[in-house]
Design a protein around this ligand. Structure first.
Ligand code: BMA
Length: 928
């Protein structure tokens, strides 16, 4: 029998509607899909198919209305007209025949970007003004077409650029302007982004273009229910002892809070809760409905329930690292009322988070203790995955970035305040990988409207809804350990970045109204009065230091003595530790490097013209004022530069040197912070965190990122794998006089091993056998930095020798960790011989399936002489097991893991090798 399409559709609908039963007349019609939607300019001259979740730019790209990707070439400017128009997303949808009796029906929109009016069957059901609010609009069931597919939803999204401008105009006319007006000119951005609750970097940033998209960026659905619906769940786990992990374990308690919407008043609800093997609970809770629609229903507290048995260390959630695994437990929560019921499943973790701010010296500490153990935080800052919804929500890209962070031993990422609250998939992955999340609220580098004007009043109301949505959505994730209300706005106000000093007190009151009286207030409602770690800003002097006693604006929000700092310096010699501060915690620091030439070329329409220094194309992509000259100034301090600089070949060398420099500068700074863990001199130190700026990119451009927009790792990411490893050896020269060798351990147990310090001749292989300076057994105590050896540097010829420290297991000779010393004056005078590093063979890692396409390959390298900073690059997407290393043996082998299956021939032809020697030699050849 053959069925028509219409018959199949009816059958599927019946199945779908009958399967979702738990309430007596529940109905959920998911409206997000990639086939039913169109988007049209409200001027009606363009109508194209759309995907939801998705945005206008990507729809127009797919339909070839736009002449190519918005992030290619100069298209960010060419396509800007899109963001100056209004657009309407539309679709038709079917409803089942039976109109649910006595049900509440609503349209749930998890995210609309940004200012929109929503119509169902031609009737306005609500409007939106905040990308980060989940909206729930009541629907009149009599106005829906039951048993028909003639139901229509239309979402008209207004130009965000025009809206922001209009809000600014009203605010300025009403009382006073809220700066900054516009981004710096080289960003080619849009103005007044601080007047719209939308991804702040969508109007441009110093690492990205303006792509002010309009999108239905999260799913949406129609939901009807006639009993109750659970809108959100918070989870509070507590150990019954201060230190929750003694050998036999401790009992823990679990408390849930539910945010529910009731369809009827005065219902008695019966809840059951299970965490298999740990907690089983049944209870009756009488819940009265509220008529107060502004609070959207009731809050119900369940518990605390005590675990049936003590939880051992293995049952707790631990961040990625040396203390344990990020163990998750399945929780099942069910509710029953007369006539219905339903269940909710989540994954929870038993963990205790403390931010210890204890008096020390003239200030306070700033250290995270997880399950009673102080951990050094190692991480980086996360910017949006993409400027376009379709790509930003890609599970593959999110998994690849978080996986990369984990593989570089990071235990935390900071979701930075100029981006977005990430997708549910991001936080679930972080839970599973043990990556802690420092979560900013989405406010960055600006003042914001807050009081005394209609614009400010509307803004605050909208922010309250935003925080309610996001805090309820994210609180239950064990990975989310800290909330911060803004990025750098305390520093901006104190240091008068935007000319607010003339009226400091007025802007300070706005600051308090927004971050303390609104955002912190909602945080307290969701987490409970004394629970959850909350800071008003990053950087700040911490909870006390930037608290009420200083009016929330510290005298120096960048103080080294309390809280966290952001440190940027593009002038000093960044390979010298003495040029860095000695803070409690460094939550941002970094320098720019160009991404791979391959990545840049893929973004250019005319690579032969564009991929050279100071080309119009590369200037278009350099958004940081004086960015290129800062990179070149930095490179000159450490290397010979190519001559001529402006040829395509010269630029390739600059790209390579910029990546070597970025990796080393961030390494030196990170090691300095890690060594600072146990430094207590002059009241500073006890540094307990290093999170560099920035992990990822939103387009191909010179930026601070470790992973470029194509997914290629810059040398920084490979170096991060070394400088964040749990056992670190670190060498540095103090004041050009003394060499110090430190051992830093993040492990919970002492490590005894053999330390050798050797000098390796740059001009010949195997010279380290003749030149051992130091050889002894050392002990690295747990979570400590220890000075292992010091010696005057006068005797060390770092132009001729690479100084290398190695920690080996005495029992089996296994190398635990290793460190190299950079020559003090850079690589100007280093005695490098031409090395000619080359690939000799590529073979699949698993020989059995030789003939098949595979993903892992051995890459064999040979060199004629020791080679510095060997960089391997492949046109294929993938990651090398090591890169940017010194090749001090004639032969090396690394592994390449490709993102898609390939073969050895394709891979071999895709790889290029660069080393400092080869670069210098090419220079000389050009000179001749
Ligand atoms: C910090 C960040 C970002 C910026 C970065 C590099 O201030 O918070 O605003 O992109 O520096 O300039």
């Amino acid at each position: 029998m053959t069925r028509t399409c219409a018959q199949v559709e009816t059958l599927l609908l019946i199945l779908f509607f009958s399967c979702t039963c738990s309430d007596s007349h529940p109905l959920v019609v998911e409206l997000a899909d990639s086939v039913s939607w169109t988007v049209a300019s409200t001027d009606e001259d363009i109508r194209v198919p759309a995907r939801v979740p998705g945005g206008v730019y990507a729809s127009l790209e797919r339909a070839h209305v736009l002449s190519g990707p918005t992030i290619a070439g100069y298209n960010d400017i060419k396509h800007r007209w899109v963001s100056l128009r209004d657009w309407q997303f539309s679709r038709r949808f079917r409803l089942p025949p039976a109109r649910p009796q006595g049900s509440t029906c609503r349209l749930e929109l998890d995210g609309v970007d940004t200012v929109a009016t929503v119509f169902v069957n031609g009737i306005t059901v609500g409007s939106t003004d905040n990308q980060f609010v989940g909206y729930k609009f009541s629907l009149d069931t009599a106005k829906l077409e039951w048993g028909s597919d003639r139901n229509y939803i239309n979402i008209t999204i207004h130009s965000p650029v025009k809206y922001a401008k209009e809000q600014y105009r009203q605010q300025e006319a009403g009382r006073y302007p809220v700066p900054p007006k516009c981004p710096p000119p080289q960003q080619n951005g849009e103005c007044h982004v601080n007047h719209i609750r939308k991804m702040q970097s969508s109007f441009s940033w110093d690492w990205g273009p303006a792509v002010p998209d309009m999108a239905v960026w999260r799913p949406l659905r129609l939901r009807c229910f006639n009993t109750l619906y659970i809108d959100g769940v918070t989870v509070d786990t507590r150990s019954s002892s201060q230190l929750p992990s003694p050998a036999n374990g401790t009992y823990w308690t679990l408390q849930l809070r539910l945010r529910i919407t009731l369809a009827k008043t005065d219902q008695s609800v019966h809840y059951t809760l299970q965490v298999p093997d740990l907690i089983d609970h049944e209870g009756n809770f009488s819940v009265r409905a509220t008529t107060d629609t502004t609070t959207e229903g009731n809050i119900v507290a369940l518990g605390p329930f005590t675990t049936r048995r003590p939880l051992t260390k293995e049952m707790l959630w631990w961040p990625h690292g040396e203390y344990g695994r990020p163990q998750l437990h399945r929780l099942r929560l069910c509710w029953h009322v007369t006539g219905g019921g339903g269940c909710r499943r989540l994954e929870i973790g038993f963990r205790q988070v403390r931010l210890l701010e204890k008096p020390i010296g003239n200030g306070t500490t700033f250290m995270f203790a997880i399950n009673g153990h102080r951990l050094f935080i190692k991480g980086s800052n996360w910017i949006p995955v993409d400027l376009l919804t379709e790509r930003a929500q890609s599970p593959t890209r999110i998994a690849s970035l978080l996986g990369a962070a984990r593989s570089a031993h990071m235990n935390m990422v900071r979701v930075w305040g100029g981006g977005v609250y990430e997708s549910n998939m991001f936080y679930s992955s972080a839970d599973r990988l043990g990556i802690m999340v420092w979560q900013d609220a989405m406010f960055a580098c600006a003042m914001y409207p807050a009081r005394g004007t209609r614009v400010g009043y509307r803004f605050l109301t909208s922010v309250r809804d935003e925080m309610t949505t996001q805090l309820w959505r994210l609180q239950s994730h064990p990975s989310v350990v800290l909330w911060t209300a803004n990025n750098e706005n305390e520093a901006a106000l104190r240091q008068n970045w935007f000319g607010t000093a003339v009226d400091f007190e007025r802007y300070r009151r706005d600051y308090v109204a927004l971050y303390v009286n609104t955002i912190q207030k909602v945080h307290r409602q969701v987490y409970g009065e004394n629970e959850g770690v909350f800071l008003t800003s990053s950087p700040s002097n911490g909870r006390e230091g930037s608290g009420i006693s200083v009016g929330y604006i510290a005298a120096d929000p960048q103080s080294e003595l309390a809280g966290d700092i952001h440190h940027y310096d593009y002038i000093s010699d960044l390979w010298r530790s003495e040029n860095y501060p000695v803070p409690r915690f460094a939550s941002e620091y970094g320098v720019q490097a160009w991404p791979s030439v391959l990545t840049l070329a893929a973004a250019s329409e005319t690579p032969s013209r564009d991929i050279r220094l100071h080309s119009a194309f590369l200037q278009h992509r350099q958004h940081h004022p004086l960015g290129d000259s800062q990179i070149i100034h930095q490179l000159k301090q450490h290397f010979h530069l190519p001559d001529p600089l402006h040829s395509p070949a010269g630029f390739r060398i600059l790209v390579y040197l910029s990546q070597v420099h970025q990796a080393q500068a961030v390494r030196v700074q990170t090691e300095h912070y890690r060594r600072g863990m146990s430094v207590g001199a002059d009241g500073r130190g006890h540094t307990m965190g290093a999170m560099f700026w920035q992990l990822n990119d939103v387009w191909a451009a010179p930026t601070w990122s470790a992973i470029d927009y194509s997914g290629r790792w810059k040398l920084l990411m490979y170096e991060a794998r070394r400088f964040f490893r749990p056992l670190l050896l670190s060498m540095h020269v103090q004041e050009a006089k003394t060499l110090h060798v430190h051992g830093v351990s993040d492990t919970p147990h002492s490590v005894s091993a053999r330390l050798t310090v050797t000098a390796v001749d740059w001009s010949r292989f195997d010279s380290d056998r003749d030149n051992t300076y130091y050889n002894t057994t050392v002990t690295l105590p747990p979570t400590t930095s220890t000075l292992l050896w010091s010696t005057p540097v006068a005797a060390l010829d770092t132009d001729r020798f690479l100084l290398r420290a190695t920690l080996t297991n005495d029992s089996d000779g296994k190398v635990l960790t290793r460190a190299d010393l950079l020559p003090h004056g850079g690589f100007h005078a280093t005695a490098l011989r031409g090395a000619n590093v080359r690939v000799t063979a590529v073979t699949p890692c698993s020989p059995l399936s030789n003939s098949l396409k595979q993903q892992r390959f051995h890459v064999y390298l040979v060199s004629d002489a020791p080679a510095a900073f060997v960089m391997l690059e492949s046109r294929l997407a993938g990651v090398f097991s090591d890169n940017g290393f010194h090749m001090m043996k004639a032969e090396e082998r690394v592994i390449f893991t490709a993102e898609r299956a390939t073969d050895e021939v394709e891979l071999a032809s895709s790889i290029s090798v660069t080393s400092l020697q080869d670069v210098y030699q090419n220079n000389e050849e050009r000179d001749e």
